[in-house]
Design a protein. Structure first.
Lengths: 420, 169
Protein backbone atom coordinates (compact mmCIF):
# COMPACT_ATOMS: atom_id res chain seq x y z
CA UNK A 1 0.00 0.00 0.00
CA UNK A 2 2.70 2.47 1.07
CA UNK A 3 4.82 1.51 -1.94
CA UNK A 4 1.88 2.10 -4.28
CA UNK A 5 1.17 5.54 -2.82
CA UNK A 6 4.87 6.38 -3.02
CA UNK A 7 5.06 5.44 -6.70
CA UNK A 8 1.85 7.32 -7.55
CA UNK A 9 3.10 10.42 -5.71
CA UNK A 10 6.43 10.23 -7.51
CA UNK A 11 4.66 9.94 -10.85
CA UNK A 12 2.29 12.79 -10.01
CA UNK A 13 5.14 14.99 -8.83
CA UNK A 14 7.11 14.36 -12.02
CA UNK A 15 4.11 14.93 -14.27
CA UNK A 16 3.02 18.08 -12.48
CA UNK A 17 6.65 19.19 -12.13
CA UNK A 18 5.76 20.03 -8.50
CA UNK A 19 8.56 19.63 -5.97
CA UNK A 20 6.23 19.56 -2.93
CA UNK A 21 4.15 16.69 -4.36
CA UNK A 22 7.39 14.87 -5.19
CA UNK A 23 8.59 15.48 -1.62
CA UNK A 24 5.40 13.90 -0.30
CA UNK A 25 6.59 10.61 -1.75
CA UNK A 26 9.75 10.68 0.41
CA UNK A 27 8.24 9.21 3.64
CA UNK A 28 6.62 6.40 1.65
CA UNK A 29 9.70 5.61 -0.39
CA UNK A 30 11.95 5.73 2.65
CA UNK A 31 9.57 3.45 4.56
CA UNK A 32 9.45 1.01 1.63
CA UNK A 33 13.19 1.18 1.17
CA UNK A 34 13.81 0.28 4.82
CA UNK A 35 11.19 -2.49 4.64
CA UNK A 36 12.75 -3.82 1.46
CA UNK A 37 16.22 -3.79 2.98
CA UNK A 38 14.91 -5.88 5.85
CA UNK A 39 12.95 -8.24 3.64
CA UNK A 40 15.77 -8.87 1.20
CA UNK A 41 17.63 -10.52 4.06
CA UNK A 42 14.66 -11.80 6.07
CA UNK A 43 15.18 -13.31 9.51
CA UNK A 44 15.02 -17.09 9.22
CA UNK A 45 13.54 -18.18 12.51
CA UNK A 46 13.91 -21.84 13.25
CA UNK A 47 11.55 -22.58 16.09
CA UNK A 48 10.97 -25.89 17.76
CA UNK A 49 7.82 -26.41 19.80
CA UNK A 50 7.07 -29.05 22.42
CA UNK A 51 3.76 -29.28 24.22
CA UNK A 52 3.20 -31.37 27.34
CA UNK A 53 -0.13 -32.00 29.04
CA UNK A 54 -0.38 -33.00 32.67
CA UNK A 55 -2.46 -35.15 32.94
CA UNK A 56 -3.26 -36.18 29.35
CA UNK A 57 -6.67 -37.44 30.39
CA UNK A 58 -9.21 -35.67 32.55
CA UNK A 59 -12.87 -35.91 33.46
CA UNK A 60 -15.11 -33.40 31.71
CA UNK A 61 -14.95 -30.03 33.45
CA UNK A 62 -11.61 -31.04 34.96
CA UNK A 63 -8.42 -29.04 34.85
CA UNK A 64 -5.05 -29.81 33.31
CA UNK A 65 -1.73 -28.03 33.07
CA UNK A 66 -0.24 -27.29 29.65
CA UNK A 67 3.42 -26.48 29.15
CA UNK A 68 4.46 -25.13 25.77
CA UNK A 69 8.21 -24.90 25.31
CA UNK A 70 9.43 -22.92 22.30
CA UNK A 71 13.11 -23.23 21.48
CA UNK A 72 14.87 -20.89 19.09
CA UNK A 73 17.29 -22.97 17.05
CA UNK A 74 18.20 -20.19 14.68
CA UNK A 75 19.35 -16.58 14.99
CA UNK A 76 18.12 -14.29 17.74
CA UNK A 77 14.58 -13.06 17.17
CA UNK A 78 14.17 -9.35 18.06
CA UNK A 79 10.47 -9.76 18.88
CA UNK A 80 8.46 -12.97 18.94
CA UNK A 81 4.73 -13.16 19.51
CA UNK A 82 3.41 -16.59 20.45
CA UNK A 83 -0.27 -17.41 20.35
CA UNK A 84 -1.49 -20.74 21.67
CA UNK A 85 -5.20 -21.16 20.98
CA UNK A 86 -6.94 -23.69 23.22
CA UNK A 87 -8.94 -26.31 21.27
CA UNK A 88 -12.66 -25.77 20.76
CA UNK A 89 -14.57 -26.69 23.88
CA UNK A 90 -11.61 -25.87 26.14
CA UNK A 91 -11.06 -22.74 28.11
CA UNK A 92 -7.85 -21.35 29.58
CA UNK A 93 -8.50 -20.66 33.25
CA UNK A 94 -5.07 -19.68 34.51
CA UNK A 95 -1.71 -18.59 33.14
CA UNK A 96 -0.82 -17.05 29.81
CA UNK A 97 -1.58 -18.51 26.40
CA UNK A 98 0.23 -15.69 24.60
CA UNK A 99 3.57 -13.95 24.96
CA UNK A 100 5.40 -11.14 23.22
CA UNK A 101 9.11 -10.92 23.88
CA UNK A 102 12.52 -11.20 22.21
CA UNK A 103 14.01 -14.69 22.03
CA UNK A 104 17.78 -15.11 21.87
CA UNK A 105 19.55 -17.79 19.85
CA UNK A 106 19.30 -21.16 21.62
CA UNK A 107 16.96 -19.72 24.22
CA UNK A 108 13.80 -21.55 25.27
CA UNK A 109 10.64 -19.79 26.33
CA UNK A 110 7.88 -21.65 28.13
CA UNK A 111 4.21 -20.80 28.27
CA UNK A 112 2.34 -22.38 31.13
CA UNK A 113 -1.41 -22.34 31.56
CA UNK A 114 -4.32 -24.33 32.91
CA UNK A 115 -7.18 -25.58 30.75
CA UNK A 116 -10.69 -26.63 31.55
CA UNK A 117 -12.24 -28.95 28.99
CA UNK A 118 -15.71 -30.16 28.18
CA UNK A 119 -16.32 -33.78 27.15
CA UNK A 120 -14.57 -34.88 23.97
CA UNK A 121 -11.27 -35.58 22.29
CA UNK A 122 -9.72 -32.20 21.62
CA UNK A 123 -6.87 -31.68 19.16
CA UNK A 124 -4.70 -28.63 19.70
CA UNK A 125 -4.36 -26.32 16.70
CA UNK A 126 -0.94 -25.24 15.45
CA UNK A 127 0.93 -22.64 17.48
CA UNK A 128 0.90 -19.23 15.82
CA UNK A 129 4.15 -17.28 15.90
CA UNK A 130 4.61 -13.67 14.80
CA UNK A 131 8.21 -12.73 14.14
CA UNK A 132 9.20 -9.08 13.86
CA UNK A 133 12.49 -7.81 12.49
CA UNK A 134 14.91 -5.69 14.51
CA UNK A 135 13.20 -2.46 13.43
CA UNK A 136 9.78 -3.92 14.33
CA UNK A 137 8.43 -3.07 10.89
CA UNK A 138 8.10 -6.36 9.05
CA UNK A 139 6.14 -9.33 10.40
CA UNK A 140 6.29 -12.97 9.39
CA UNK A 141 3.52 -15.26 10.55
CA UNK A 142 4.42 -18.86 11.23
CA UNK A 143 2.11 -21.71 11.95
CA UNK A 144 4.01 -24.38 13.87
CA UNK A 145 2.13 -27.68 14.09
CA UNK A 146 2.57 -29.68 17.27
CA UNK A 147 0.12 -32.54 17.49
CA UNK A 148 -1.38 -33.06 20.92
CA UNK A 149 -4.70 -34.51 21.91
CA UNK A 150 -6.57 -33.92 25.08
CA UNK A 151 -9.02 -36.57 26.17
CA UNK A 152 -11.87 -35.40 28.40
CA UNK A 153 -13.90 -38.41 29.39
CA UNK A 154 -17.48 -38.15 30.66
CA UNK A 155 -18.02 -37.70 34.37
CA UNK A 156 -18.74 -41.05 35.99
CA UNK A 157 -21.04 -41.76 38.91
CA UNK A 158 -20.41 -44.73 41.19
CA UNK A 159 -23.33 -47.00 42.08
CA UNK A 160 -23.71 -49.54 44.88
CA UNK A 161 -25.74 -52.09 43.02
CA UNK A 162 -27.82 -52.28 39.87
CA UNK A 163 -30.01 -55.34 39.72
CA UNK A 164 -30.15 -57.01 36.30
CA UNK A 165 -31.60 -60.37 35.33
CA UNK A 166 -30.59 -61.45 31.83
CA UNK A 167 -32.13 -64.67 30.54
CA UNK A 168 -28.73 -66.02 29.65
CA UNK A 169 -25.41 -65.65 31.44
CA UNK A 170 -21.89 -66.76 30.66
CA UNK A 171 -20.24 -69.78 32.27
CA UNK A 172 -17.82 -67.85 34.48
CA UNK A 173 -18.53 -66.79 38.04
CA UNK A 174 -19.70 -63.26 38.54
CA UNK A 175 -22.28 -61.27 40.42
CA UNK A 176 -25.33 -61.58 38.17
CA UNK A 177 -28.02 -64.00 39.34
CA UNK A 178 -28.08 -66.76 36.75
CA UNK A 179 -31.46 -68.34 37.59
CA UNK A 180 -29.63 -71.69 37.82
CA UNK A 181 -29.21 -73.79 40.96
CA UNK A 182 -25.76 -74.55 42.26
CA UNK A 183 -23.29 -72.90 44.57
CA UNK A 184 -24.04 -69.35 45.52
CA UNK A 185 -25.38 -67.22 48.33
CA UNK A 186 -29.15 -66.90 47.80
CA UNK A 187 -31.40 -69.90 48.42
CA UNK A 188 -32.72 -71.23 45.11
CA UNK A 189 -34.51 -74.54 45.84
CA UNK A 190 -34.18 -78.18 46.90
CA UNK A 191 -33.54 -81.40 45.03
CA UNK A 192 -33.02 -85.07 45.80
CA UNK A 193 -29.59 -86.05 47.13
CA UNK A 194 -27.29 -87.59 44.53
CA UNK A 195 -24.17 -89.50 45.44
CA UNK A 196 -21.23 -87.11 45.50
CA UNK A 197 -23.19 -84.09 46.75
CA UNK A 198 -21.68 -82.09 49.58
CA UNK A 199 -23.19 -83.41 52.80
CA UNK A 200 -22.99 -79.92 54.35
CA UNK A 201 -25.79 -78.89 52.00
CA UNK A 202 -28.23 -81.60 53.16
CA UNK A 203 -31.49 -80.09 54.39
CA UNK A 204 -31.88 -81.99 57.72
CA UNK A 205 -35.35 -80.55 58.44
CA UNK A 206 -36.64 -81.95 55.13
CA UNK A 207 -35.00 -85.29 55.97
CA UNK A 208 -36.78 -85.29 59.34
CA UNK A 209 -40.09 -84.65 57.65
CA UNK A 210 -39.93 -86.95 54.60
CA UNK A 211 -37.18 -89.36 55.61
CA UNK A 212 -35.40 -88.68 52.31
CA UNK A 213 -32.11 -86.89 51.74
CA UNK A 214 -32.70 -83.48 50.16
CA UNK A 215 -30.03 -81.03 49.11
CA UNK A 216 -30.34 -77.23 49.36
CA UNK A 217 -29.48 -75.42 46.16
CA UNK A 218 -28.30 -71.84 45.88
CA UNK A 219 -28.62 -69.52 42.92
CA UNK A 220 -25.49 -69.38 40.83
CA UNK A 221 -23.92 -66.00 40.20
CA UNK A 222 -22.20 -65.54 36.88
CA UNK A 223 -21.03 -62.85 34.53
CA UNK A 224 -23.39 -61.65 31.83
CA UNK A 225 -23.44 -59.86 28.51
CA UNK A 226 -24.63 -56.29 28.92
CA UNK A 227 -25.16 -53.90 26.03
CA UNK A 228 -25.54 -50.21 26.75
CA UNK A 229 -27.44 -48.36 24.01
CA UNK A 230 -27.08 -44.60 24.00
CA UNK A 231 -29.74 -42.75 22.07
CA UNK A 232 -27.95 -39.91 20.24
CA UNK A 233 -30.85 -38.74 18.10
CA UNK A 234 -31.03 -34.96 17.96
CA UNK A 235 -34.81 -34.85 18.16
CA UNK A 236 -35.06 -36.64 21.51
CA UNK A 237 -32.18 -34.86 23.22
CA UNK A 238 -33.57 -31.44 24.01
CA UNK A 239 -31.40 -28.57 25.14
CA UNK A 240 -32.08 -26.59 28.30
CA UNK A 241 -30.01 -23.43 28.36
CA UNK A 242 -26.34 -24.37 28.33
CA UNK A 243 -26.82 -28.00 29.27
CA UNK A 244 -28.16 -30.68 26.97
CA UNK A 245 -30.06 -33.79 28.04
CA UNK A 246 -27.57 -35.71 25.93
CA UNK A 247 -24.67 -34.75 28.21
CA UNK A 248 -26.55 -36.28 31.13
CA UNK A 249 -27.36 -39.35 29.04
CA UNK A 250 -23.68 -39.81 28.12
CA UNK A 251 -22.66 -39.59 31.78
CA UNK A 252 -25.32 -42.14 32.69
CA UNK A 253 -24.21 -44.50 29.90
CA UNK A 254 -20.56 -44.21 30.99
CA UNK A 255 -21.41 -44.78 34.64
CA UNK A 256 -23.56 -47.82 33.86
CA UNK A 257 -21.06 -49.34 31.42
CA UNK A 258 -18.17 -48.94 33.85
CA UNK A 259 -20.24 -50.31 36.72
CA UNK A 260 -20.95 -53.54 34.85
CA UNK A 261 -17.39 -53.75 33.53
CA UNK A 262 -16.01 -53.44 37.04
CA UNK A 263 -18.16 -56.43 38.03
CA UNK A 264 -16.39 -58.50 35.37
CA UNK A 265 -19.25 -58.58 32.85
CA UNK A 266 -18.92 -58.41 29.08
CA UNK A 267 -20.09 -54.93 28.14
CA UNK A 268 -20.79 -53.56 24.67
CA UNK A 269 -21.84 -50.08 23.62
CA UNK A 270 -24.02 -48.86 20.80
CA UNK A 271 -24.34 -45.14 20.10
CA UNK A 272 -27.42 -44.74 17.97
CA UNK A 273 -27.93 -41.48 16.10
CA UNK A 274 -25.22 -40.30 13.77
CA UNK A 275 -24.31 -43.81 12.64
CA UNK A 276 -24.19 -47.18 14.35
CA UNK A 277 -21.16 -46.64 16.56
CA UNK A 278 -20.75 -50.16 17.87
CA UNK A 279 -18.20 -51.23 20.49
CA UNK A 280 -18.15 -55.03 20.53
CA UNK A 281 -18.83 -56.57 23.97
CA UNK A 282 -15.74 -57.43 25.92
CA UNK A 283 -14.38 -57.02 29.42
CA UNK A 284 -11.34 -55.61 31.13
CA UNK A 285 -9.41 -52.39 31.08
CA UNK A 286 -9.00 -52.15 27.33
CA UNK A 287 -12.76 -52.35 26.90
CA UNK A 288 -13.13 -49.65 29.54
CA UNK A 289 -10.88 -47.38 27.46
CA UNK A 290 -12.75 -48.19 24.26
CA UNK A 291 -16.08 -47.35 25.83
CA UNK A 292 -14.88 -44.13 27.43
CA UNK A 293 -13.33 -42.98 24.17
CA UNK A 294 -16.47 -43.76 22.19
CA UNK A 295 -18.57 -41.88 24.74
CA UNK A 296 -16.17 -38.94 24.81
CA UNK A 297 -16.59 -38.58 21.05
CA UNK A 298 -20.38 -39.09 21.10
CA UNK A 299 -22.41 -36.30 19.49
CA UNK A 300 -26.08 -35.98 18.65
CA UNK A 301 -27.13 -36.07 15.01
CA UNK A 302 -30.26 -35.60 13.00
CA UNK A 303 -30.38 -38.43 10.44
CA UNK A 304 -33.64 -39.47 8.85
CA UNK A 305 -32.51 -43.11 8.75
CA UNK A 306 -32.28 -43.11 12.53
CA UNK A 307 -35.51 -41.22 13.08
CA UNK A 308 -36.88 -44.04 15.22
CA UNK A 309 -35.24 -47.00 16.95
CA UNK A 310 -36.21 -49.46 14.19
CA UNK A 311 -32.63 -49.65 12.89
CA UNK A 312 -31.18 -50.92 16.13
CA UNK A 313 -29.06 -53.91 15.02
CA UNK A 314 -30.58 -56.48 17.36
CA UNK A 315 -28.63 -59.29 15.69
CA UNK A 316 -25.41 -57.87 17.02
CA UNK A 317 -26.52 -58.19 20.63
CA UNK A 318 -25.74 -61.49 22.37
CA UNK A 319 -29.00 -63.47 22.41
CA UNK A 320 -31.21 -63.20 25.52
CA UNK A 321 -28.75 -60.78 27.09
CA UNK A 322 -29.29 -57.64 29.12
CA UNK A 323 -29.86 -54.39 27.24
CA UNK A 324 -29.63 -51.01 28.94
CA UNK A 325 -31.14 -48.23 26.89
CA UNK A 326 -30.33 -44.67 27.86
CA UNK A 327 -32.88 -42.59 26.03
CA UNK A 328 -35.42 -39.84 26.69
CA UNK A 329 -37.63 -41.69 24.13
CA UNK A 330 -39.59 -40.01 21.39
CA UNK A 331 -42.97 -41.61 20.69
CA UNK A 332 -45.01 -44.81 20.39
CA UNK A 333 -42.78 -46.10 17.57
CA UNK A 334 -39.91 -46.43 20.02
CA UNK A 335 -42.18 -48.37 22.40
CA UNK A 336 -43.03 -50.77 19.60
CA UNK A 337 -39.35 -51.46 18.86
CA UNK A 338 -38.66 -52.14 22.53
CA UNK A 339 -41.65 -54.51 22.51
CA UNK A 340 -40.05 -56.44 19.64
CA UNK A 341 -36.78 -56.69 21.57
CA UNK A 342 -38.66 -57.93 24.63
CA UNK A 343 -40.32 -60.58 22.46
CA UNK A 344 -36.84 -61.74 21.47
CA UNK A 345 -36.20 -62.39 25.16
CA UNK A 346 -33.87 -59.49 25.81
CA UNK A 347 -34.14 -58.02 29.28
CA UNK A 348 -34.34 -54.25 28.96
CA UNK A 349 -33.52 -51.63 31.53
CA UNK A 350 -34.55 -48.20 30.31
CA UNK A 351 -32.86 -45.19 31.89
CA UNK A 352 -34.87 -42.26 30.65
CA UNK A 353 -33.43 -38.79 31.40
CA UNK A 354 -36.28 -36.41 32.09
CA UNK A 355 -35.69 -32.68 31.67
CA UNK A 356 -39.31 -31.65 32.13
CA UNK A 357 -39.27 -31.15 35.95
CA UNK A 358 -36.37 -28.69 35.72
CA UNK A 359 -37.95 -27.02 32.71
CA UNK A 360 -41.31 -26.46 34.42
CA UNK A 361 -39.77 -23.94 36.83
CA UNK A 362 -38.41 -21.79 34.00
CA UNK A 363 -41.53 -19.71 33.31
CA UNK A 364 -43.93 -20.13 36.23
CA UNK A 365 -46.16 -17.21 35.15
CA UNK A 366 -46.64 -18.46 31.58
CA UNK A 367 -49.85 -20.51 31.61
CA UNK A 368 -49.49 -21.84 28.06
CA UNK A 369 -45.96 -23.01 28.83
CA UNK A 370 -47.08 -24.73 32.04
CA UNK A 371 -49.88 -26.46 30.14
CA UNK A 372 -47.46 -27.61 27.43
CA UNK A 373 -45.11 -29.02 30.07
CA UNK A 374 -48.04 -30.81 31.76
CA UNK A 375 -49.14 -32.37 28.47
CA UNK A 376 -45.58 -33.48 27.72
CA UNK A 377 -45.28 -35.02 31.19
CA UNK A 378 -48.57 -36.90 30.79
CA UNK A 379 -47.54 -38.18 27.38
CA UNK A 380 -44.24 -39.32 28.77
CA UNK A 381 -45.90 -41.04 31.75
CA UNK A 382 -48.19 -42.86 29.33
CA UNK A 383 -45.23 -44.07 27.25
CA UNK A 384 -43.33 -45.28 30.29
CA UNK A 385 -46.43 -47.07 31.65
CA UNK A 386 -46.83 -48.89 28.33
CA UNK A 387 -43.20 -49.96 28.54
CA UNK A 388 -43.61 -51.22 32.11
CA UNK A 389 -46.55 -53.32 30.97
CA UNK A 390 -44.45 -55.06 28.32
CA UNK A 391 -41.80 -55.93 30.91
CA UNK A 392 -39.25 -53.15 30.47
CA UNK A 393 -37.78 -51.97 33.77
CA UNK A 394 -38.02 -48.21 33.64
CA UNK A 395 -35.97 -45.67 35.53
CA UNK A 396 -37.57 -42.26 35.12
CA UNK A 397 -34.60 -40.06 35.92
CA UNK A 398 -35.02 -36.39 36.76
CA UNK A 399 -31.71 -35.01 35.50
CA UNK A 400 -31.51 -32.38 38.23
CA UNK A 401 -30.63 -35.17 40.69
CA UNK A 402 -27.94 -37.88 40.52
CA UNK A 403 -28.79 -41.19 38.84
CA UNK A 404 -28.05 -42.94 42.14
CA UNK A 405 -31.37 -41.64 43.55
CA UNK A 406 -33.76 -43.44 41.13
CA UNK A 407 -31.47 -46.52 41.10
CA UNK A 408 -31.64 -46.66 44.87
CA UNK A 409 -35.42 -46.40 44.58
CA UNK A 410 -35.41 -49.33 42.13
CA UNK A 411 -33.43 -51.55 44.54
CA UNK A 412 -35.59 -50.56 47.51
CA UNK A 413 -38.86 -51.10 45.64
CA UNK A 414 -38.38 -54.86 45.22
CA UNK A 415 -36.60 -55.16 41.90
CA UNK A 416 -36.98 -58.94 41.65
CA UNK A 417 -40.64 -58.63 40.74
CA UNK A 418 -39.93 -56.14 37.99
CA UNK A 419 -37.89 -58.54 35.86
CA UNK A 420 -40.15 -60.97 34.04
CA UNK B 1 -3.79 -0.24 23.96
CA UNK B 2 -0.45 1.53 23.65
CA UNK B 3 -0.38 0.81 19.90
CA UNK B 4 -3.90 2.09 19.46
CA UNK B 5 -3.15 5.21 21.44
CA UNK B 6 -0.05 5.94 19.35
CA UNK B 7 -1.96 5.31 16.10
CA UNK B 8 -4.64 7.72 17.28
CA UNK B 9 -2.07 10.36 18.24
CA UNK B 10 -0.27 10.22 14.88
CA UNK B 11 -3.42 10.13 12.75
CA UNK B 12 -4.87 13.03 14.75
CA UNK B 13 -1.62 14.97 14.46
CA UNK B 14 -1.59 14.47 10.71
CA UNK B 15 -5.24 15.48 10.28
CA UNK B 16 -4.80 18.48 12.59
CA UNK B 17 -1.76 19.77 10.63
CA UNK B 18 -3.58 19.39 7.30
CA UNK B 19 -6.72 21.03 8.70
CA UNK B 20 -4.65 23.90 10.06
CA UNK B 21 -2.92 24.28 6.67
CA UNK B 22 -6.32 24.38 4.96
CA UNK B 23 -7.78 26.91 7.35
CA UNK B 24 -4.62 29.02 7.23
CA UNK B 25 -4.84 29.17 3.43
CA UNK B 26 -8.46 30.32 3.81
CA UNK B 27 -9.82 27.17 2.19
CA UNK B 28 -12.59 26.04 4.50
CA UNK B 29 -13.43 22.80 2.59
CA UNK B 30 -9.82 21.62 2.92
CA UNK B 31 -9.76 22.45 6.62
CA UNK B 32 -13.12 20.74 7.08
CA UNK B 33 -11.82 17.67 5.28
CA UNK B 34 -8.84 17.60 7.67
CA UNK B 35 -11.16 17.71 10.70
CA UNK B 36 -13.42 15.05 9.16
CA UNK B 37 -10.49 12.72 8.44
CA UNK B 38 -9.23 13.21 11.99
CA UNK B 39 -12.60 12.08 13.35
CA UNK B 40 -12.81 9.15 10.93
CA UNK B 41 -9.25 8.13 11.86
CA UNK B 42 -10.15 8.20 15.54
CA UNK B 43 -13.20 6.03 14.97
CA UNK B 44 -11.30 3.55 12.79
CA UNK B 45 -8.47 3.19 15.28
CA UNK B 46 -10.73 2.91 18.32
CA UNK B 47 -12.96 0.31 16.71
CA UNK B 48 -9.94 -1.63 15.42
CA UNK B 49 -10.82 -1.42 11.76
CA UNK B 50 -9.31 -3.88 9.32
CA UNK B 51 -6.15 -3.07 7.38
CA UNK B 52 -8.26 -2.02 4.39
CA UNK B 53 -9.98 0.75 6.38
CA UNK B 54 -6.71 2.11 7.71
CA UNK B 55 -5.13 2.01 4.23
CA UNK B 56 -8.09 3.92 2.83
CA UNK B 57 -7.65 6.52 5.54
CA UNK B 58 -3.94 6.83 4.71
CA UNK B 59 -4.84 7.28 1.05
CA UNK B 60 -7.40 9.99 1.84
CA UNK B 61 -4.96 11.85 4.09
CA UNK B 62 -2.34 11.67 1.32
CA UNK B 63 -4.84 13.06 -1.19
CA UNK B 64 -5.62 15.90 1.20
CA UNK B 65 -1.90 16.50 1.60
CA UNK B 66 -1.51 16.61 -2.21
CA UNK B 67 -4.37 19.12 -2.42
CA UNK B 68 -2.69 21.22 0.26
CA UNK B 69 0.63 20.96 -1.55
CA UNK B 70 -0.92 22.08 -4.84
CA UNK B 71 -2.56 25.01 -3.06
CA UNK B 72 0.84 26.14 -1.81
CA UNK B 73 0.76 25.08 1.84
CA UNK B 74 4.04 25.02 3.76
CA UNK B 75 5.88 22.00 2.24
CA UNK B 76 7.52 20.92 5.52
CA UNK B 77 4.17 20.80 7.29
CA UNK B 78 2.59 18.73 4.53
CA UNK B 79 5.48 16.26 4.51
CA UNK B 80 5.29 16.12 8.31
CA UNK B 81 1.56 15.38 8.07
CA UNK B 82 2.09 12.59 5.56
CA UNK B 83 4.92 11.09 7.63
CA UNK B 84 2.66 11.22 10.73
CA UNK B 85 -0.18 9.51 8.86
CA UNK B 86 2.21 6.80 7.71
CA UNK B 87 3.42 6.21 11.27
CA UNK B 88 -0.19 6.18 12.51
CA UNK B 89 -1.08 3.63 9.81
CA UNK B 90 1.80 1.38 10.82
CA UNK B 91 0.80 1.59 14.49
CA UNK B 92 -2.84 0.92 13.56
CA UNK B 93 -1.91 -2.26 11.69
CA UNK B 94 0.33 -3.46 14.51
CA UNK B 95 -2.42 -2.72 17.05
CA UNK B 96 -4.60 -5.37 15.38
CA UNK B 97 -1.73 -7.87 15.27
CA UNK B 98 -0.79 -7.36 18.91
CA UNK B 99 -4.36 -7.41 20.24
CA UNK B 100 -4.06 -10.86 21.92
CA UNK B 101 -0.93 -9.93 23.88
CA UNK B 102 -0.71 -8.48 27.36
CA UNK B 103 -0.64 -4.70 27.88
CA UNK B 104 2.87 -4.43 29.42
CA UNK B 105 4.37 -6.52 26.59
CA UNK B 106 2.64 -4.43 23.93
CA UNK B 107 3.69 -1.19 25.64
CA UNK B 108 7.31 -2.35 25.59
CA UNK B 109 7.02 -3.31 21.95
CA UNK B 110 5.31 0.00 21.10
CA UNK B 111 8.22 1.94 22.56
CA UNK B 112 10.65 -0.05 20.43
CA UNK B 113 8.54 0.47 17.33
CA UNK B 114 8.13 4.17 18.06
CA UNK B 115 11.89 4.59 18.01
CA UNK B 116 12.14 2.95 14.55
CA UNK B 117 9.23 4.87 13.07
CA UNK B 118 10.39 8.17 14.57
CA UNK B 119 13.68 7.49 12.80
CA UNK B 120 11.88 7.04 9.50
CA UNK B 121 9.80 10.18 10.09
CA UNK B 122 12.86 12.25 10.99
CA UNK B 123 14.73 10.81 8.02
CA UNK B 124 11.88 11.76 5.71
CA UNK B 125 11.85 15.32 6.97
CA UNK B 126 15.62 15.53 6.66
CA UNK B 127 15.53 14.21 3.09
CA UNK B 128 12.72 16.62 2.23
CA UNK B 129 14.73 19.48 3.73
CA UNK B 130 17.76 18.50 1.66
CA UNK B 131 15.59 18.27 -1.47
CA UNK B 132 14.05 21.68 -0.84
CA UNK B 133 17.41 23.30 -0.09
CA UNK B 134 19.25 21.78 -3.03
CA UNK B 135 18.35 23.51 -6.26
CA UNK B 136 18.49 21.12 -9.18
CA UNK B 137 16.88 21.13 -12.56
CA UNK B 138 14.42 18.32 -13.16
CA UNK B 139 15.52 17.00 -16.53
CA UNK B 140 13.70 14.29 -18.51
CA UNK B 141 16.44 11.79 -17.73
CA UNK B 142 16.31 12.47 -13.98
CA UNK B 143 12.52 12.22 -14.01
CA UNK B 144 12.67 8.94 -15.92
CA UNK B 145 15.30 7.60 -13.55
CA UNK B 146 13.29 8.56 -10.48
CA UNK B 147 10.14 7.04 -11.95
CA UNK B 148 11.90 3.77 -12.83
CA UNK B 149 13.56 3.60 -9.41
CA UNK B 150 10.15 4.04 -7.73
CA UNK B 151 8.63 1.32 -9.92
CA UNK B 152 11.55 -1.00 -9.17
CA UNK B 153 11.04 -0.37 -5.46
CA UNK B 154 7.36 -1.20 -5.84
CA UNK B 155 8.13 -4.44 -7.68
CA UNK B 156 10.70 -5.53 -5.13
CA UNK B 157 8.32 -4.66 -2.30
CA UNK B 158 5.63 -6.89 -3.79
CA UNK B 159 8.07 -9.71 -4.42
CA UNK B 160 9.44 -9.58 -0.91
CA UNK B 161 5.99 -10.12 0.56
CA UNK B 162 5.94 -13.64 -0.86
CA UNK B 163 9.04 -14.88 1.00
CA UNK B 164 8.22 -16.99 4.06
CA UNK B 165 10.55 -18.10 6.81
CA UNK B 166 10.94 -21.74 7.75
CA UNK B 167 9.71 -23.39 10.91
CA UNK B 168 9.85 -26.82 12.47
CA UNK B 169 8.18 -28.54 15.36
Amino acid sequence: MAAGIGVVLTGAGLLLRNGTVLALAIPFLLYCGVLLYIRLAPPAPSLSVRRSLEPERIEEGGRLEVLLAVENRGEAIPMLGLIERPPLGCEATEGMTVSLRPLGAGETHTLSFALQACRGVHAFPAVQALVWDRLSLSTSTLSIPEESELFAQPRVEIFDTIPIRPRRTRAFAGVVKANVGGSGLDFFGCREYVSGDDIRRINWRAFARWNELVINEYEQERIADVTVILDARERVNTRIGEACVFDHAVRAAASLALHFLDQGNYVGLLIYGNYLDWTYPSSGRVQRERILEALARARTADKSVFEDLSNIPARRFPPRSQLILVSPLADEDDVEILGILRAREYQILLVSPNALPSKSTERPSDEAFSLAIRIAQLRRALLLDTLRRIGVVVIDWNISEPLTVPLHGLVKGGWRHKWR
Amino acid sequence: MAMKRLALVFFSLSAAVLAACGFAAGLLPLGGCGVFLGVVGGVLVLFEAEARGLSLLLLLITLLAVANALLRATPYLVVFAVASALIGWEFGLTAVQTKPFSKPDVARFARKKLASLAGIGAGSLALAAIAFQAQFRLSFGLALGLGLAALLLLGLAFRSTTTRPRSES
